[in-house]
Structure formats: C-alpha cells, structure tokens
Ligand binder design. Structure first.
Ligand code: NDP
Ligand code: AKG
Ligand code: MG
Length: 762
C-alpha cells in the first residue's frame, strides 16, 4: 500500500523553515484544489513563495480538493499515515476571524459519478475507503452515505464564503480585451435559438416568503404531513433569527414531466438541438432530480419497456445517461444488445441533442455536472446562439431552463442579440457584480432543506412556538425547498453595493422583482438599509431581473457600465455571462470576498476547474489554463495583507505584481491554445520575469530591489532557453499518475520542466 506522498502543498513539507505569522499561522493560505487549477499551482506556487518570502510573508496550503475532503472524512478507514486533517472545517472557522487571508482556487463540486470515480481512484491507490452505499441498510452504511453526501456538490464555497462578493474585470484586462477582441459568433435575426421555461408550477411561481418576526425566532422544523395525518419531520433545528428572510417553494413533478415532454417534441418539430441547463453542483439536491426527469422524459419508452431490468441494475436516471450506459454494458448478451438498441432508437427518434463532446459522443444528458448553466449559457450566447450537435456541427438550440426564476435573464440577452447582432468586445462596457452570498444566502444554501415529497400531503415550516410560517400542498415526487437569507449579510450587501457605486462612479441596479415573494421581502430591506448610507449623487435603481438584463445589455452595447447588485444565483450566472461576452472568459475576473469579520477571501476568476484542460495536458502535455485569476487574487491578497498588517513590503510586491500583470497582457504572454506556443507554465515564467523586473526597477524598498535585480537579470538573459525548455516537452502524452489524487512528484515533474527556471526561482 503506497503511503501518502509528501505533497509540496503540505504545510509541513515546505513551510517548516518559514517564519510564521505571530499566531503561528501562515500569513496567506492558498488552497489545494483539483483538475486544471491544481496542475497550475504546481508551477505557480513555487514562484509565489519565492517572491513573497522576501517580504517575510508565509504562504501555507489547505487541501480542499475532492480527494482531500474524502480522505479527511474517513479517518476510521485509513492507516495512520494516510489520515488527513479536515482542512475545510479549519478554513471554515478561520474565515470568521479578522486576520483571515485566503486565496481560494476553484474546486470540483462533485456530481455522484465524479464522487464515485474519485473513491475508486483512491481505493486503487491503497486507501481502504468504503464504496458509496446508494441504498444504505445498516447504521454504518447510513453514516458512510451521510459523510459522502456532505462532500458532494458545492460543499466548499458555501463554507468559505463568509462575506458578500465583489467580482469585476480588472481595468488592464478590460483594456486588453478592447484592444484584442476575442472571437464572437455572429447572431442572425432568424436564429431559432430560444429559452424554454415552465412559468407555472415551478419554484418561481410557488414561492412564499416571510421576514421572520421576533415571535418566530428559534429552532423551526420542516415537516411533511401525509394525507392520513402522519407527520414526518424532514428537518429539525432549522435556526431562524428575527429579521431573516425565509422562503419555501416547490416544483411540481407532474408539471415538470409534462413540460419536458412538450419541449422535447417541440425541439424535434422545430429542428433545433435540445439542451437543458441546470446547476446540479450547487443545487445538489433539486437539480440532479430535475436532470433525472429530463433523462426519463427523453428515454420514456426505454424506461417503461425495461423497468424490471433497470430496477435490477439499480439504474437511477438522476445519475445520467453515462451511468445508465455503463450499467447496461454489464448485462449479458443478447439482453445488452437489445437494451442498447432501444436506447439508440429512442435517442434517434428524439430531437438532435446538444453535445458536450460530439467527437466522443458525450451528450448533454451524460452527467449532470457536464452542463452547468453559468458557463454553458454564456458559451452558447458567445457562439452566436449555437451549440454542437451529434453531427459535430453547430446548430440553433432550444435551451431548457425549467425553473423560471432567472430564465428570463438569458432570454433577454438572446432576444437582444437576435435584434442587434452580437455584442462587440472592442466597444462594449462592463457589468461588474456585487453579490449577496454570505452565510449560505438564498437558493445556494438550500440543499439541507430540499426534499422530494414522499407522498401527497403538505410540507410546512413550523416555528419554535408551533405556528406554521409557510405551507404548501404537494404531490408525491414534488421537489420542495426552503431558502434562508440572513439579515446581517443583506445589510452588508447593500453597503457593498453603495460603496462599489461610489468608488466606480457607475450606476447600480438591484436585480429584484417586486412580484416575486422573496424579492419583495428583500426590497423592503434594501429600502430600509439604503438610507444608512450617503447615496447623494449615486444612480441606484431596482429592476426585475429580465428588465435589468435588458437595460444592462443595452447599456454595454453602447459602451456604458452598470453594476449588477444581485442575489446569490444571479451573482453566479452574471459573473460568467458578462465576463465571457466582455473578455472571453471569466477566468480573468477579480473576485473578492470582503469577509464580514474583516478578513479577506480572494477567489480566482469566476469559472471552474475546466476538466477538458486536464485531458489536453494528458494527451499532449499542453495546459491551456489561464492563471490570470490567480495572479489577480494574489495581488488583492497582498494588498489586503499590506493594509491589515502594515507590511509595506507586501504593498511593494502588490504594486509590482500589478505592473507585471499589465505587461503580461500587453506582451500577450497568456497561455495560447496550441502545442508549440507558451502554455500555462510559460505564462508563469513571464509573470515571474516581469515581476522581478518591476521589483528591480522600483526604489521604494532597497532590499527587495537588491534581491530581485540579479533574479530579473538571470530570467531576462535566459528567456529563450527557459521558453525552449518549457515548450520542448509539449506534443507528447504526459503522465500525471492520477486524476483526482495525482501523486505530487509526477505532477511537479510535468509542471516544472525547465531546470533553468527552477534553479533561478529555487
Ligand atoms: N469557484 C469554484 O469553485 C467553481 C467551481 N466550478 C466547478 O468546476 C467544474 C467545471 O465547471 P464548468 O462549468 O465546466 O466550468 P469551467 O469554467 O471549468 O469550464 C468552462 C470553460 O471555460 C473556459 N475556462 C474556464 N476557466 C479557464 C481558465 N482559467 N483558463 C482558460 N479557460 C478557462 C474553458 O473554455 P473555452 O474553451 O471556452 O476557453 C472551459 O472549458 C465543476 O466541477 C464545477 O462545479 C465551477 C465554477 C466555479
Ligand atoms: O460552488 C460551485 O459549485 C460553483 C461556484 C460558482 O460557479 C461560482 O461561484 O461562480
Ligand atoms: Mg459560477
């Protein structure tokens, strides 16, 4: 059994000799994550540490990767040497302390198939982890399932985000995009691409919302009352404080199923691709169920014909077509062939499906984590309303977004583009975002309070005094959820919105709909808290989301800027949507979370972990990941450190890093796309060179100048040699020895191939 390899990211391996901050904690905590950004860290972190060390700054690591979180959850199954501390829990406490300074890279929010794959990989490496018990029988299996379920989906961000969100394109990035506009697909007025949404019997239309009165504060419970009066407590200890906004709503399973069947038929009739866009990672209870409904609707007849076989195989449509196909492949012949033929016939009979990877036959319905609405809808809009079909060609698409709460936003942008053509990145304005996110705000904190109704009856929230706050009549299979938005975060969000409007001079729009139950409660609070601030001369409005999208999009087309001040879901959607249209990717966003207790959480970019980039690295040793988000987050983190700890050297590092980032953009040294050009590693080299040059050129800190002058010289002199060493390894497969838990030595060998660069940095 291989012992756990000493990770370079392990605080004990490389930090032992560094000076710690007074409290024994590193000044900055960097996160160990997954996939492309984690590969990038193997190259970037040594550079960051070499530079910050000269200012007496220590950079520690906390492991929030999927594999790391799994290992931390099962100490009782592991040998002593394999055990791992619960870094996420530790970070979760730290972010409530005033001196927190965390750089958070994007991590995997695992779907069930990804979780299963990670468990399998770890087991193969000798970790005696239990399998995921989908139908737990014993107490032990129940505990195992509960532990795994807590790791699934978006399990990291809600824990760390103890503040609201400030995401915007840095000035240099916006300028660069204007000078070097990325490609945009053309939009034709005849495009048949459109959004389809339920509009009734969905979460938006069934929502009820209450601002918790003092008399209702305390531990509420959520219960299901069956037709025969049997009461089942679904959740106990649902803590409500006076002033919190609590919502309850549900999506009707019957209405959803009917809607999907109609949309599938309509896509076929119109000859457009069928696509569904969900957020199954963050909405980890509701959206996989909705996704399962789509799989069932598409394969309605197959599920009916093979009901018994599928039951025996343990087929669960929520796990997607990929899982279904894998299970069917285990059937003996000729049964297997029969079922496979029926699946193929059903897929052929339906509309052409929007593909994740048409070369590999991966469809929209393979796995719920492959098509994530915040990234998928903007990509489609950027491409001129086109998606990839099974024929490997681009087509117009029906975009099914079942719940209508936010679907209108995409509809507004799509209709704008049909009428006015594609937006022009060379001329367009910007839409930065101030997002209400702290303390698991709104829908994104709802999964512990989301339930599939077991039978017809009612589901209700009952306060500590026994009074019913919210109640709905439900039918078996309906998806019911409660969301909570705490008062203090709302107040802080209003303040952040005002302060961003003041600092930027841009108008700000609160994207809130007076006709939606939750938003109506929020509007009352916005109207209460706005007068706490000096808003003289500021242009602040409240508009319903679809109207706000229309307004902001019309403005960017004219080159005008508008801050979007939104709830948590729109924060997520808009910080991919506008950046992807404006600067080509959300990876280049500055993403700051001013923590409510004074610390700073600096997220990198606004996008994800780009799984397809790992594939490219493995196939041809080329990593396209752009670390600009990491660079920007580091700059913001250093600046925060300089202010919080009065570290003047940190300010010099931050300012020179800013210069280096600007130069990197000007000189076009970001990763390119093809073998033979510089990739992620090459861009890190250039960042180091420009940063060292800027430090050598400054006169504010003589010691930094003296230290970095020879380094700048060495990097400059060896530029051609280093680039040749870095690019020389490209074009052949790279062995990183794993996906979710790749051994550190292999990753480092692949990600640091230039002996010359390593020697100078080292
Ligand atoms: N904060 C977090 O922790 C987040 C985590 N995630 C997680 O990430 C995973 C993947 O999510 P997905 O929706 O596919 O989104 P990704 O952002 O990972 O990928 C979408 C596409 O965006 C482009 N892209 C994103 N980041 C970069 C970058 N730094 N450099 C270059 N290109 C980039 C690439 O496309 P192109 O070809 O167009 O350049 C990429 O294929 C999921 O597990 C998801 O839950 C997602 C969002 C945020
Ligand atoms: O937590 C997640 O799963 C994704 C987060 C995300 O997409 C975002 O914050 O932009
Ligand atoms: Mg997002």
């Amino acid at each position: 059994m291989p012992a756990r390899l000493p990770l370079p990211s392990d605080p004990t391996s490389s930090l032992r000799n560094d000076t710690m901050a007074e409290n024994g904690r590193p000044d900055i905590l960097y996160t160990k994550v997954d996939e492309a950004p984690e590969l990038a860290s193997a190259s970037l972190l040594p550079i960051i540490r070499a530079f910050t060390k000269q200012a007496g700054i220590t950079v520690g690591i906390k492991d929030i990767s999927l594999a790391g979180r799994i290992l931390a959850a099962f100490p009782d199954y592991l040998a002593d040497a394999q055990k791992q501390p619960d870094d996420l829990a530790e970070l979760g406490t730290l972010v409530t302390e005033p001196d927190a300074n965390v750089i958070k890279l994007p991590n995997i929010s695992a779907s069930q198939p990804q979780l299963n794959a990670a468990i399998k990989e770890l087991q193969a490496q000798g970790y005696k982890l239990p399998d995921y018990p989908s139908e737990p029988a014993t107490e032990e299996e129940k505990s195992v399932k509960a532990r795994y379920d807590a790791i699934k989906g978006s399990a990291v961000n809600p824990v760390l985000r103890e503040g609201n969100s400030d995401r915007r394109a840095p000035k240099a990035v916006k300028e660069y995009a204007k000078k070097n506009p990325h490609s945009m697909g053309a939009w034709a007025p005849t495009s048949r691409t459109h959004v389809a949404t339920m509009e009734h019997d969905d979460f938006a239309s069934n929502e009820k919302s209450v601002t918790v009165p003092s008399a209702s504060a305390g531990k509420a419970r959520i219960e299901h009352v069956a037709k025969d009066g049997t009461v089942t407590v679904l959740k106990d200890n649902f803590a409500l404080e006076a002033g919190d906004v609590v919502d309850g709503t549900f999506m009707s399973a019957k209405a959803l199923a009917k809607f999907l069947v109609e949309q599938i038929a309509d896509a076929k009739a119109q000859g457009v691709l069928f696509s569904v866009h969900l957020k199954a990672t963050m909405m980890k209870v509701s959206d996989p169920i909705i996704f399962g409904h789509v799989v069932s609707a598409f394969l309605k007849d197959v599920f009916a014909t093979h009901a018994e076989t599928f039951a025996a195989l343990g087929v669960n449509p929520d796990l997607g077509l990929g899982d279904l196909e894998a299970k069917v492949a285990t059937l003996p012949q000729p049964k297997r062939g029969d079922v496979e033929a029926d699946i193929k016939a059903a897929l052929d009979a339906g509309p052409a499906m929007y593909m994740v990877n048409s070369d590999k036959g991966i469809t929209n319905l393979h796995v719920s984590s492959d098509v994530i609405i915040d990234a998928s809808m903007p990509a489609l809009i950027r491409a001129g309303g086109k998606g990839w079909g099974p024929d490997g060609k681009e087509h117009d698409a029906k975009c099914v977004i079942p719940d209508s709460s936010y679907a209108g936003v995409y509809d507004a942008v799509i209709e704008f583009c049909k009428k006015n053509g594609a937006l022009d990145p060379a001329k367009m304005g910007t839409v930065p975002n101030v997002g209400l996110m702290a303390q698991k705000a709104e829908e994104y904190g709802s999964h512990p309070q989301t339930f599939k109704a077991a039978s017809d009856g009612t589901i209700r929230i009952v306060d500590a005094a026994g009074r019913t706050l919210i109640e709905h009549a439900v039918e078996a299979g309906d998806i019911w959820r409660a969301c909570l938005t705490k008062d203090a975060p709302i107040r802080d969000w209003v303040k952040l919105g005002v302060s961003r409007a003041r600092l930027s001079g841009m108008p700000g729009v609160f994207w809130l709909d007076r006709n939606r139950a939750h938003d109506a409660e929020l509007i009352k609070k916005v109207e209460t808290y706005l007068p706490e601030h000096d808003t003289s001369g500021l242009d602040l409005k409240i508009m319903a989301p679809a109207d706000a999208a229309r307004y902001s999009t019309e403005r960017i087309a004219k080159g005008l800027d508008t801050i979007s001040i939104t709830g948590n879901v729109l924060r997520d959607y808009l910080t991919d949507l506008y950046p992807i249209l404006e600067v080509g990717t959300s990876a280049k966003m500055l993403s700051i979370v001013p923590l409510m207790n004074g610390g700073g959480l600096f997220e990198t970019g606004a996008g994800g972990s780009a799984p397809k980039h790992v594939q490219q690295l493995v196939e041809e040793n080329y990593l396209r990941w752009d670390s600009l988000g990491e660079f920007c987050a580091l700059g913001a983190s250093l600046e925060h450190l300089a202010n919080a700890k009065g570290n003047a050297k940190a300010q010099v590092l931050a300012d020179t890093l800013d210069k280096a980032i600007e130069k990197l953009l000007d000189e076009n040294k970001s990763p390119q796309r093809r073998v033979g050009q510089i990739d992620n590693r090459g861009s890190h080299f250039y960042l180091a060179m420009y940063w060292a040059q800027a430090l050598a050129a400054q006169d504010r800190d003589a010691a930094l100048k003296a230290h970095f002058t020879p380094i700048a010289d060495a990097l400059t002199t060896n530029e051609a040699k280093i680039v040749a060493e870095l690019n020389g390894v490209q074009g052949k497969p790279a062995d990183i020895g794993g996906y979710y838990h790749a051994p550190a030595d292999k990753v480092v060998a692949v990600m640091r191939p230039s002996a010359t660069l390593n020697a100078i940095i080292g």
